[in-house]
Design a protein around this ligand. Structure first.
Ligand SMILES: *[C@@H]1O[C@H](CO)[C@@H](O)[C@H](O)[C@H]1NC(C)=O
Ligand SMILES: *[C@@H]1O[C@H](CO)[C@@H](O)[C@H](O)[C@H]1NC(C)=O
Length: 355
């Protein structure tokens, strides 16, 4: 098969991840303290204002939901993140783009009005949806930098086909999307910018695959039942916050760091906050390698093998998570050899661990 010229011309930037990779913050504990402070502030605001407060104590939600006109100020959401992905601005400084067409017939020449047409653009865009819709993608959705996918106010499902890929791009926000039943894609051409498309080999079939991505924030999504991971971040990805998501019905939930030998993942810094790890989950909530992982205020109500695990000397800072162990003695063990956490039944706080 003839390979288009543009494939060669533009391959180089794709293979130069240092171009977009951000360096890790020097003092991750400082980011942890900031998260602590914003949670404390939100909790105090709620307590002191009582019924006058719209607050829930969740600093991310209170940041935008307390604005009755949030629909008119959608881009303010970009300033509501906490943790390592806090500086992901997505399409904050760009135009609003309204998706009107759920189809995805041609991944190389996407039609205006489709989600794929929006995410590949070079300019920043804040992408919203005209109505409820289910989008069955034909191939992976390759996002370009500075994009927000904002499903607030409508019910949007990305399901039944390949799902979202954040590869060597930066400043991505994905909010309020139902991502499920994701399948493998590949052995196909897919466009990733107005001027470039390339050949994709078979993909894993993740819900959200972050590969060499930075400044990424995934918030308020529901994720379930995908072919590989629900959210995986590998290959030098960093500056990520995964918050307020509802994850269910899946085996390998969240892989952060692909292999023990891939040392670049030492720079990986991820905040996992306010997620509900719910029914039908088996393992990897998350499974961490090399980097620094702040796992804070999550609710674990189901795991069949283990909840939090790590290898290759990760730092896993686990605070304020609630573990409601299934009624099976094995699930209540703390395994120290490779740092599996999943035992503190209804812990209020603490449970910190250094691997
Ligand atoms: C957050 O900060 C408060 C006050 O400084 C401290 O008492 C608490 O232990 C901290 N919590 C965590 C989870 O670090
Ligand atoms: C918490 O509140 C204090 C006092 O209003 C403020 O100075 C500080 O910046 C807030 N911290 C965070 C992380 O929001």
């Amino acid at each position: 098969m003839a390979i288009p010229l543009s494939f060669f011309l533009l391959l180089f930037p794709l293979l130069a991840p240092t171009f977009v990779l951000s360096s890790p913050v020097q003092d991750p504990e400082q980011v942890v303290q900031q998260v602590n402070e914003s949670i404390r502030n939100a909790t105090m605001a709620r307590r002191s204002l009582g019924f006058l407060s719209c607050g829930t104590g969740n600093p991310i939600d209170d940041c935008w939901r307390c604005d009755h006109h949030w629909e008119k100020n959608r881009q303010k959401l970009a300033d509501c993140a906490i943790g390592f992905g806090k500086h992901a601005i997505g399409g904050r400084d760009g135009k609003i783009y309204v998706v009107t067409d759920p189809s995805d017939h041609d991944p190389v020449n996407p039609k205006p009005g489709t989600l794929r047409y929006a995410v590949i653009q070079d300019e920043p865009l804040w992408i919203i949806f005209a109505r409820d819709m289910t989008i069955k993608l034909k191939e992976e959705l390759l996002m370009n930098s500075f994009k927000t996918i904002d499903g607030r106010g409508v019910s949007v499902h990305i399901s039944g086909g390949p799902c979202i890929t954040v590869q060597y791009v930066t400043n991505i926000i994905i909010h309020g999307i139902n991502i499920h039943d994701c399948k493998r894609g590949g052995n196909a051409y897919v466009r990733d910018s107005p001027t470039h498309y390339g050949w994709r080999t078979i993909s894993d079939g993740d819900g959200v695959s972050i590969f060499g991505g930075s400044h990424v924030w995934v918030d308020h999504c529901s994720l379930s039942n995908c072919n590989d991971g629900l959210i995986d971040a590998i290959h030098g990805s960093t500056a990520i916050t995964i918050s307020n998501n509802y994850l269910t019905h899946h085996n390998k939930v969240m892989l952060l760091g692909h292999s023990d030998t891939y040392k670049q993942d030492k720079n990986m810094q991820v905040t996992i906050a306010f997620n509900h790890f719910g029914e039908g989950l088996v393992q990897r909530m998350p499974r961490c390698r090399h980097g620094y992982f702040h796992v804070v205020n999550n609710d674990y109500t189901h795991w069949e093998m283990y909840a939090i695990g790590g290898s290759a000397d990760p730092t896993i800072n686990s605070q304020g998570n609630r573990f409601l162990a299934p009624n099976d003695a094995d699930n209540k063990e703390v395994y120290t050899i490779i740092s599996l956490i999943g035992s503190n039944i209804e812990t209020g706080g603490g449970g910190g661990e250094r691997g």
